[in-house]
Design a protein around this ligand. Structure first.
Ligand code: ZN
Length: 323
């Protein structure tokens, strides 16, 4: 009943090989697809950002002076991304490269080697407060789920943009300042929303271990994840699933939350088995398209909070934090 099909993790060597072939044909054809000059055609500074969330941060801080090439598109899983030739050409022309850091976008290493660019790379995880969940060697890479870390990342982005483009200093400072204010308001208001949930019900079950920072920040207990790994590429065993079913029953978990970019089949099966409900899908590792309720980082945290309050209160409460 609890059958589950997960796309296997992409093996890195063949991915790099296919990228090299694609790059070779790109170079041979010699056509200009843009992004390979030091400024964009419209005079803006070209930069690269790996994930949907950090591209959103860079657009907020960079404003009109910066042209952001976002590698990951909405609703795509960063843990199993296969780079495209256009990513390599953008990297070759970038003035700054922003990456999320950790296991999440380590595929960028191969891409930078293939592209041969020499732009400074800012690894944002090095500028935020990380949590060690004891599960693996490195820190949990899902740092942006704590809005205070988003504020810290915005500061690092501002500094890197000023280094690359000193003439834009005042504009970057103004943009970063007003965006950080919104993030701080978001953080305060999420805390107020979560306080509405009775403490005994603040228990979260998600698809993979992606909301640890959010849970730590707002006093929610992580009971477990269907995929007991920080990567969506892992597969749960029958034993893992039975253990989690036991914990959900024992701790009377109200709702299980799927992720927006992953098929919720297993969550539905587990809900049937335990009597929990299936909550609305959360924005975990990716933002959504422009017409979704997770189009921006701020919207994703607002929607997640509303979904969590709704699910854990058994549909009694709603709370969309303002930013
Ligand atoms: Zn993840």
């Amino acid at each position: 009943v609890l059958a589950f099909v997960q796309t296997p993790r992409l093996i890195r060597a063949p991915a790099l090989l296919s990228l090299s072939i694609a790059m070779a044909s790109f170079l041979v054809s010699g056509c200009d697809v843009g992004g390979s000059a030091t400024t964009s055609r419209d005079g803006r500074m070209p930069v690269v950002a790996t994930t949907t969330q950090i591209a959103d941060f860079v657009r907020e801080v960079g404003g009109e002076r910066v042209d952001v090439h976002q590698i990951l598109q909405p609703n795509s899983d960063p843990h199993s991304y296969e780079p495209r030739p256009s990513d390599a050409s953008s990297l070759a022309g970038a003035q700054v490269v922003f990456r999320s850091g950790g296991e999440l976008d380590e595929w960028l290493d191969d891409l930078i080697v293939a592209a041969g660019g020499d732009a400074p790379t800012v690894e944002l995880i090095e500028h935020v407060r990380t949590r060690d969940d004891g599960a693996e060697d490195d820190a949990d890479p899902h740092w942006w789920q704590d809005p205070r870390n988003a504020v810290a990342a915005v500061g690092a982005i501002q500094a890197a943009l000023v280094d690359a483009d000193p003439a834009g200093r005042d504009g970057y400072a103004a943009n970063a300042g007003s965006y950080a204010e919104r993030l701080r308001a978001l953080d305060r208001n999420v805390a107020k929303c979560v306080e509405e949930i009775p403490p005994a019900r603040r228990k979260l079950v998600t698809t993979h271990d992606s909301l640890g920072y959010y849970a730590d920040r707002y006093g929610i207990e992580i009971v477990g994840a269907l995929i007991q790994s920080r990567s969506t590429a892992a597969q749960p065993s029958a034993g893992d699933i039975q253990e989690l079913v036991g914990q959900i029953r024992e701790q009377r978990v109200k709702a299980i939350f799927p992720e927006s970019s992953i098929n919720p089949k297993l969550e539905r099966a587990m809900a049937r088995e335990t009597g929990a409900t299936v909550g609305r899908a959360l924005w975990a590792d990716t933002l959504g398209t422009a017409n979704s309720d997770g189009a921006t980082y701020i919207e994703s945290i607002q929607s997640n909070t509303d979904a969590i309050v709704d699910g854990l209160s058994g549909g009694v409460q709603r709370c969309r934090p303002r930013a």
